[in-house]
Design a protein around this ligand. Structure first.
Ligand SMILES: [Zn+2]
Length: 381
């Protein structure tokens, strides 16, 4: 937690004084081959005291956008920039990262269902326990970077427990247009951290196994915005994305599913906005005798899709979120300006940051707080 000056921080078994940037590997466990499993860590302890911000990536080993974001953040900031401390954990699930898979190999344990962990349990729980005790528990706020799971892609968004004002502040400062409200599954890093009084949000973007430059550029702005909001970067602007749609935790279903199995073709796009009744997907059999068309239930945005071109009956095809007319008009303007020209083809790449002038969401009238649901697949989180 934040300490008075001199504000040294103790993480990963070492003490880092104010004004120092430290990069090291921290041994969290060993493999069955007797190799150390080492977490790459960067701590940037500012010249001035302030909050300690934890940035984490690759708790799912194949979700790489966050790894690049943390590499860039760790390289960009120096102690002289900061009123506070950055604790950057570049890769949490090191065995999964090495194997380029979501889960910890062999027994397929989900590290992001294993927090706060245990020192006397499975590898996943031991890793979670050490990571939590040595690093996360010493921080004040957290950003945990994810991508969609394999064979899916998702638009740039945040998942946050918006009932908690400190979490809401963090989520809004991050500045994504779509925020999925919810506390997260049990055992997730953010669920446990939030319960412990460390406001944390999950950031979701794009695909696994890729660096997607538009997402990465935007995320670096968003990290700076969070640091500005919490005065780690004093006198810097806090971003506001132009429109925000908070998807509430209860209400209307948002995952659209295939009723029949078959071959899937995307009909929507190239932009994320679709009008009511517009076709989103068709599903056909080999002989084109049966063709099912999945249509937009209302005007809304395509937040995530299955990328695999085949689906079983009942398979979730599309994460669809309705928007009100005011929000739709803003998105239509953006479409006209070409902001979303590469959205579908680019794997839901969000445009270059362009709303980062100043903080004005207190007065914005387009803020939509519709009470719609999130029946969503927790595998993204
Ligand atoms: Zn993930």
């Amino acid at each position: 937690m934040t300490s008075d000056s001199p504000h040294q921080i103790e993480v990963g078994g070492r003490t880092i004084p104010s004004g120092e940037k430290s990069q090291f590997r921290y041994a969290v466990a060993t493999t069955f081959h007797d190799d150390a499993i080492e977490l790459p860590v960067t701590v940037v302890n500012g010249d001035q005291a302030g909050p300690t911000v934890c940035l984490t990536a690759a708790v799912h080993g194949d979700e790489l956008n966050g790894v690049k974001i943390i590499q860039e953040v760790a390289a960009e900031y120096e102690p002289s920039d900061l009123h506070g401390t950055l604790v950057c954990l570049h890769v949490l699930n090191v065995p999964g990262f090495l194997a380029q898979q979501r889960y910890i190999p062999i027994y397929d344990e989900d590290l992001n269902r294993s927090f706060p962990g245990s020192a006397r349990s499975t590898l996943a729980k031991r890793l979670a326990n050490t990571i939590y005790e040595e690093f996360i528990s010493k921080c004040d706020i957290g950003l945990d970077f994810h991508t969609s799971t394999r064979n899916r892609t998702t638009m740039y968004h945040v998942r946050a427990d918006m009932r908690d004002p400190a979490v809401e502040r963090l989520a809004r400062a991050f500045g994504t247009s779509v925020i999925l409200d919810g506390e997260g599954s049990r055992g997730t890093l953010r669920h446990v951290a939030c319960q412990d009084g460390i406001p944390t949000v999950t950031v979701e973007m794009g695909r696994a196994h890729r660096f997607q430059t538009a997402h990465l550029d935007r995320a670096l702005h968003c990290v700076a915005s969070v640091l500005a909001e919490h005065e780690v970067l004093p006198n810097q602007p806090v971003s506001w994305p132009g429109w925000t749609r908070v998807v509430a935790r209860d209400g209307e279903k948002t995952w659209l599913r295939a009723e029949t199995g078959g071959l899937v073709e995307m009909e929507w796009g190239p932009h994320p906005l679709v009008e009511e009744d517009e076709p989103l997907f068709t599903i056909s059999d080999h002989f084109k005798n049966d063709i099912e068309t999945i249509r937009a239930p209302s005007t809304g945005i395509v937040v995530g899709v299955l990328e695999n071109a085949v689906a079983y009956p009942g398979h979730p095809l599309c994460h669809f979120v309705s928007v009100d007319e005011g929000t739709a008009d803003i998105i239509r303007d953006d479409i006209e300006r070409g902001v979303f020209d590469v959205y579908r083809e680019g794997g839901f790449q969000w445009p270059e940051p362009r709303w980062y002038a100043h903080h004005e969401h207190e007065t914005d009238s387009t803020h939509s707080e519709n009470t719609h649901d999130t029946e969503r697949e927790n595998r993204d989180d």
